[in-house]
Design a protein around this ligand. Sequence first.
Ligand code: GDP
Length: 312
Amino acid sequence: MKRESSIFVAGHRGMVGSALVRALHAGGFENLILRDRSELDLTRQADVERFFATARPEYVLLAAAKVGGILANDSLPVQFIYDNLAIQTNVIDAAHRNGTRKLLFLGSSCVYPRLAPQPITEASLLTGPLEPTNEWYALAKIAGIKMCEAYRRQYGFNAISVMPTNLYGPEDNFDLTSSHVLPALLRKFHEAVERGSPTVEVWGSGAPRREFLHVDDLAAACLFLMERLDEAGWINVGAGTELTIAELARTLARVTGFRGEIRFDTSKPDGTPRKLLDSSRMRALGWAPSISLEDGVRSTYDWYRSRRRAGA
Ligand code: GDP
């Protein structure tokens, strides 16, 4: 990508899209094409076709998706499969038809089988059953990876797919019913401290293990791959370390200053027992994350507090 290249960041209001915009601006890319949902509904094929025919972006970063935590996935299966299939199908096809030079599709680590050998390599895809709490989302994302492969094979379209691990950072969703674990617990601990509540509830047993990557590290990885990767397949992007949900809860309690009791609500689902990506392909290309969990959590907590102070 050149400094003057036109780059469409789909989903620029979301956590990943906004991190991509920050990284692009920092890298001197100024010709960004951004559309709010009110201006362009990516689930509407005709609207997406019209937009691409006019804007003709040279590069596309496809970060628009319906995302959510374990309960949201389980309770809104239609939105998770339909919206994601529609968005990615419309954008990938329109990009190919309108001269886009390269497209980056964002997948997810939940595309891999529930009981994939750990750490999970790219070769695990489609080797076993999915985790049922997020299979709707996972199936859509698997279709997206395969769409990119199909367009590359049949038309030579330069589409690459990135599988990030669990992400967190500014612009994350802090809604307690639909968010992922890290923002949910940051908020629960913060509010417990504010209200002087003696206990905080953590869903599940606390035993599942997860890997967390700051979204600014992911954005840097995506821009790196836009320069460095032009081949079929999909590539994992993770932090390389994991911790249990109980350990995560203790870390977040420390950062927020919560000194009360952490209770595990085992009536809520645990989800997949372990989800650590093998990111050695990424490391071999020369990329490594730079934000530690402790630093990333502290800066995300600062962002969250300033957001609350601003009344958002
Ligand atoms: P997952 O990685 O796809 O399973 O998505 P989540 O981030 O939603 O959940 C990760 C793990 O954290 C699961 O074992 C959840 O049960 C657990 N967890 C503990 N407390 C919470 C919470 O308040 N919200 C969410 N979303 N998950 C929680």
